[in-house]
Design a protein around this ligand. Structure first.
Ligand code: GLY
Length: 563
């Protein structure tokens, strides 16, 4: 009897442990799902799906809505990347990364002593690239969507014109930036309140932004890149010493590019190619990690963190040396994403850490902004869309275009201003990413779609986080494929980050026990800072049970909405 009782208790304990060893269930849907950093924007996307729109229609509507409800990174004054898988098997990507203005030049962020001036590349109009989001979203809609501009932009216009109710985080974020916004009259007019703070529950109205969105709705790309809106951008830029002209705006084009595609174990990984480094770095890492097999209970172990970190050192060194805008620089893409390169890296890895300084003499890129935003979409037709978009820093350069109501990016900081100098987030950049007129700056954004062995979309994932985007997306994929986690658990789990230089492993709260740290140090690793790494928005489709699972990262305040 006593033995039986012991058995019952043991079973109960094991059951409780295994129940607790996962996050709460992800959000369920059966027909479609939108996961974004703003609950209102996710609802806009799902409404489009419910009206019969496809995933591209929903993604475009979500993108415009984010420009209203999530102005810290959602945008029409920035740029982004969209990876698309269509139900007919087509895989494609749209590059709407910002471009350097025509009069930009290599040394534009150096002072008279040749020293890199961070202020110039992150503040004021000189920090802005020519925005790409409007061109990219409309390109996607026209080629792959099914709805009209009116249908997909009107919800954003309504949110801007009639306002939306600020939740406490929105109010708090604006209040936190009050002093910075106050520096710019056009920004202060919209994003600050005279002698008062924003509070939870108040209506936040953006009439100028509504007017700009209406111009886009009525006139398409011409409603932004030509005419009144272009005049407002060029005029404001010129008055403050910026380089963006009407000619730059009129010449901006989104480019449809072949995505980078590879295999990991039995899945097909589809991600963004240059000018993003994300897809190539992700595939290079996976091709190498494929040579290691991790036991289920090795998650979080020193062996796991060591092996993945060693792979990442090579991946980020290659990134620094070889990645930039393919229209300007011969990126050796095929070699970087080849199984041969993955095997070469795996063969170099042993139980002892290889110091970063002997891995490569490449010049590491500068630090990259961690404020960006990602959204993932699937529809009931079998289409999937993965979008990462950004203004670079939180609220970009904080400058609202006078009379047009939207914030400009400070994406010029993503170029290597002086090959060899760190940017605000610690990455160093080489020649491939030097500033040139009309060039697109290197990005780490990694919007990704994963297909199952039957070539059906199985996972849609991406994250903000600057240089940590790649390691965030990588670890969530490993959590799902190697460690069999559901999408919420995979996103919630603590992450670590190594980017070759600085030579250290950063980690999240509760992400590394003291024992693990000690073992890593014994292997020659350096333990870095505790910090928050990424804010992913992901979806997994379970065909067997006809369920779509959506998960928004608890590190942020977004929402998965399914139907
Ligand atoms: N600005 C962040 C990125 O493009 O990766």
């Amino acid at each position: 009897m006593q033995t039986f009782f012991k058995y019952i208790v043991t079973v109960l304990i094991i059951t409780i442990i295994s129940i607790n060893a996962k996050s709460k269930d992800p959000v369920r849907g059966h027909n479609g799902m939108v996961v974004s950093a703003s609950d209102i924007a996710s609802l806009v996307g799902v409404d489009i799906l419910e009206k019969g729109g496809n995933a591209v229609d929903a993604a475009v509507a979500t993108g415009f809505a984010l420009a209203v409800t999530y102005p810290q990174a959602g945008n029409i004054g920035g740029g982004g990347f969209m990876v698309i898988h269509l139900e007919d098997g087509t895989n494609t990507s749209i590059d709407y990364r910002e471009k350097a203005p025509k009069s930009a030049f290599r040394d534009m962020f150096l002072d008279k002593y040749g020293k890199y001036d961070l202020t110039k590349s992150t503040e004021g109009w000189s920090s802005s690239g020519v925005p790409g989001s409007v061109a990219g979203l409309l390109y996607a809609l026209e080629k792959y969507g099914t709805m009209t501009r009116d249908e997909v932009i009107q919800p954003a216009i309504k949110l801007a014109y009639n306002g939306f109710l600020a939740d406490y985080r929105f109010a708090e974020t604006l209040n936190n930036y009050k002093n910075v916004f106050a520096k710019y009259k056009s920004t202060a007019k919209i994003f600050t309140k005279k002698d008062e703070e924003f509070s939870e529950g108040e209506l936040f109205i953006q009439k100028d932004l509504a007017k700009t969105l209406k111009s886009i709705k009525l006139n398409g790309t011409e409603g932004f890149y030509k005419g009144e809106v272009a005049d407002l951008i060029a005029k404001h830029s010129k008055s403050k010493g910026g380089l963006i002209t009407k000619e730059d705006l009129a010449n901006y084009n989104a480019v449809e590019r072949a995505p980078v595609i590879g295999n990991y174990r039995n899945s097909t990984i589809i991600s963004m190619g240059p000018p993003s480094s994300g897809g190539i770095a992700l595939l290079e890492a996976l091709n190498s990690i494929e040579y290691f097999s991790f036991e289920k209970d090795s998650w979080g172990s020193s062996n796991y963190i060591h092996k993945v970190s060693e792979v990442l050192k090579y991946v980020y060194a290659d990134r620094a040396e070889h990645l930039g805008d393919v229209d300007f620089y011969p990126v050796p893409q095929n070699w970087l994403i080849s199984k041969k390169r993955g095997k070469e890296i795996a063969a170099l890895i042993n139980d002892n850490a290889i110091p970063s300084k002997i891995i490569s003499h490449a010049i590491p890129p500068k630090k990259e902004s961690e404020e960006t935003t990602h959204y993932s979409v699937v529809d009931s037709y079998g289409n999937a869309v993965s979008v990462t978009t950004t203004l670079n820093s939180t609220f970009g350069n904080k400058i609202v275009v006078s009379g047009a109501g939207f914030i400009m990016n400070n994406e010029m900081d993503d170029f290597s201003a002086k090959p060899g100098t760190s940017n605000q987030y610690g990455l160093l950049g080489g020649e491939a990413n030097a500033i040139e007129p009309n060039k697109r700056m290197l990005s780490a954004m990694t919007p990704t779609i994963i297909l199952n062995s039957e070539d059906k979309p199985f996972m849609i994932i991406g994250s903000p986080g600057g240089s940590t985007i790649i390691t965030t997306v990588l670890q969530i994929i490993l959590n799902v494929i190697d460690f069999n986690m559901d999408i919420q658990t995979a996103i919630d789990a603590p992450r670590f980050h190594h980017q070759w230089k600085p030579d250290r492993i950063d980690f999240e709260h509760f992400g590394m026990t003291d024992d693990v740290k000690k073992n890593l140090i014994k292997r020659g690793q350096f333990i870095g800072k505790e910090r928050v790494l990424g804010r992913a928005e992901g979806i997994i489709i379970d065909y067997k049970n006809n369920v779509i699972w959506g998960a928004s990262d608890p590190r942020g305040f977004g929402a998965a909405v399914g139907y």
